[in-house]
Design a protein around this ligand. Sequence first.
Ligand code: 5AD
Ligand code: SF4
Length: 438
Amino acid sequence: MNFADSEIVNSILIEDGMTVAPDPESADVILVNTCSIRENAETKVWNRLKELKTIKKTNSDLTVGVLGCMAERIKDRIIEEENLVDIVVGPDAYRDIPRLLAEVDDGRKAVNVLLSLEETYADIAPVRTTGNGVSSFVSIMRGCDNMCSFCVVPFTRGRERSRPLESILKEIQQLSDEGYKEVTLLGQNVNSYKDGENTFTTLMDAASLINPEVRFRFSSPHPKDFPDDLLYLIAERPNLCNYIHIPAQAGSDSMLERMRRPYTRKQYLSLTEKMREIIPGVSLSTDIIAGFCGETEEEHNGTMTLMKEVGYDLAYMFAYSERERTLAYRKFEDDVPEEIKKRRLSEIISQQMEIQKERNLTEIGTHHLVLVEGTSKKSEDQVSGRTDTNKIAVFDRRDFQKGDYVEVEVTDCTSATLIAKPIRKTTISEFYGAAVEA
Ligand code: 5AD
Ligand code: SF4
């Protein structure tokens, strides 16, 4: 989401006549886009700001700004105590950055952290300077109304609002014209998307028809109301990826209730079973929090057994980090000792690594369609990309280019990567057409 937001900010600044500096030392303005989701995200930002202070010492004309989720929470501390920052801009105030920059010209500080009920930046065409030129994010909604008890997002990013369908489709058409091959539709809770009669399913339907050679992913849906019609649509459309990120957070009913996640373990499990029934070969990933308030050993085991039962292909796993203003902060105690949180998290991670390795081993000998994203990290002679099921695959470069779809056969694996042998350059329609005939 922050990558997508930075691309909107790029657009606003370029429109205002600015250009991108090659390095921090030669910049007139440095903006740090921030995240508040966990303590360590904020720690990283503080460290970055301290680094920038050194540059500020040698360049007194430098303007430093903080954008995004940390803005509201720490605006006073940022400006008054630390004297590190000149402007502070919340996630709904990016259009105001040029005015704020003009205000600080004479050494004053400028702040706009107002949240909005309407702002979706729908009319702003993001300028993509950081991506790989092949896959891209498109924001479809902002904010969140779910109020999970551990989560600060509803407070930092405000109320949920959807971007008009037409503006989303226009942006996807543009990406397709520019040669992008993969789009991930983004929102804090994509299955709440609503624009008049249009739902998330009708949006995915319309998006997937724009270009059959551009494939689509989305992040993140909520397990409480995942629509069946979307599962059937994914099963039927070759360019809707067979991959669903479906955050569980925890595996016991008592914990889900404290987290204010309105589903039971049983309901969650039947949802993942249904996903696998309707979309054969679908890969599933999740978010998990270890050590939330009052977590017992039994509840921790509930999370472990849920993860084993589902057999996720990928998981993002975190230790609980208390956030001010959340319901958990106000009502519960962050009472799981740090070393127990750490131990539980590492049990969760090592079990997940084993599960991934086992699942990846079953892929050996199978064929996948991989979109080449670039050179492999480990070797210049290899390229890497993702399968439709969102697994990283590496294989010999031959004459493949970034943006090519390549049919590969999996020959080996680790818990995180499929090692493959390239078969041929192909297309989505050719690969899945052939698969259907076979
Ligand atoms: N502590 C740890 N993890 C959190 N997440 C959200 N809030 C917290 C928190 N306070 C995780 C959730 C969410 C993901 C984006 O971040 O798992 O799905
Ligand atoms: Fe946070 Fe829950 Fe909203 Fe996700 S659905 S952003 S975890 S409040």
